[in-house]
Design a binder for this molecule. Structure first.
Ligand SMILES: NC(=O)c1ccc[n+]([C@@H]2O[C@H](COP(=O)([O-])OP(=O)(O)OC[C@H]3O[C@@H](n4cnc5c(N)ncnc54)[C@H](OP(=O)(O)O)[C@@H]3O)[C@@H](O)[C@H]2O)c1
Length: 232
């Protein structure tokens, strides 16, 4: 398979990169400064023929377009696009603390990022085998699950991503492209922190099994790492 992963420098994105490479797949690892990622450097030394490291800031149109050009120069099709890059944003826990400039920046990465990457890579995905767009969302973007409030920018940006993923599923069903949002669980990464109960390996293992089981009937859904539906 040919797999594109955003935010591949560390955390969940780096683990996805490692696991797809170990499975013998070709991985296009998109990151803001891929050559500065120690994890990607180590993976490149073991998989120089199947790992391509590509500069990509998902918050910038020109960067995403350039990244897609680089991938297009190396492959004719993409089978999996993992929109993983994300930011936790500011500690905007009270209405009076909202900073709209900060909020816009979070939306640029968490909401518009996956959308602009999806749009740019669409032509390559259309030529893929059983193509799937997987957007890494969060349970914090669930309206029904929100009983504690706070984290306005993060919650709102992920809730909007969920809507975008459903729209994509509807729009792309004719092209037989799957689009889903997946919640990875609470994972020990820079974002999840050291108190998170799940290792990045366990989260990514479960998500990969779920991704590879997905059917077109499940497109448009919001699932946990095991593939169980999550309330919107
Ligand atoms: N960890 C959890 O418990 C948890 C729970 C629910 C959902 N998630 C979601 O899972 C995804 C991965 O999170 P993680 O835990 O692996 O977080 P992480 O360790 O903080 O890693 C975030 C990744 O996103 C990249 N990134 C941030 N802004 C970017 C931008 N503008 N352009 C390109 N890449 C950018 C970072 O790249 P740099 O190295 O360049 O900063 C890094 O590779 C996120 O979408 C997050 O919301 C995580």
């Amino acid at each position: 398979m040919r797999v594109v992963i955003t935010g591949a420098s560390r955390g969940i994105g780096l683990e996805f990169t490692r696991r797809y490479l170990e499975g013998g797949h070709r991985v296009f690892a998109l990151a803001r400064s891929p050559l500065k990622s120690a994890g990607l450097t180590e993976l490149f030394s073991r998989h120089p023929g199947t790992l391509l490291r590509v500069d990509c800031d998902v918050g910038e149109d020109a960067s995403v377009s350039q990244a897609c050009g680089s991938v297009q120069g190396a492959t004719e099709a993409v089978d999996r696009l993992l929109n993983n890059a994300g930011t936790y944003g500011p500690d905007d826990d009270r209405l009076e603390r909202l900073d709209f400039a900060e909020m816009r920046r979070v939306f640029e990465v968490n909401t518009f990022g996956p959308l602009r990457v999806s749009r740019e890579f669409l032509a390559l995905l259309k030529k893929g085998a059983g193509p799937a767009l997987v957007h890494i969302t969060s349970l914090m973007g669930s309206l029904e699950d929100n009983r504690s409030g706070g984290k306005w920018s993060y919650r709102m940006s992920k809730a909007a991503l969920n809507m975008a993923a459903r729209n994509l599923a509807l729009e792309l069903s004719g092209d037989r492209i799957i689009s889903v949002v997946l919640h990875p669980g609470w994972v020990r990464t820079d974002m999840g922190g050291r108190n998170a109960p799940l290792s990045v390996q366990d989260s990514v293992s479960a998500m990969m099994q779920t991704i590879e089981r997905l059917t077109l009937d499940e497109s448009g859904g919001f699932y946990d790492r095991h593939g169980q539906p999550v309330p919107w």
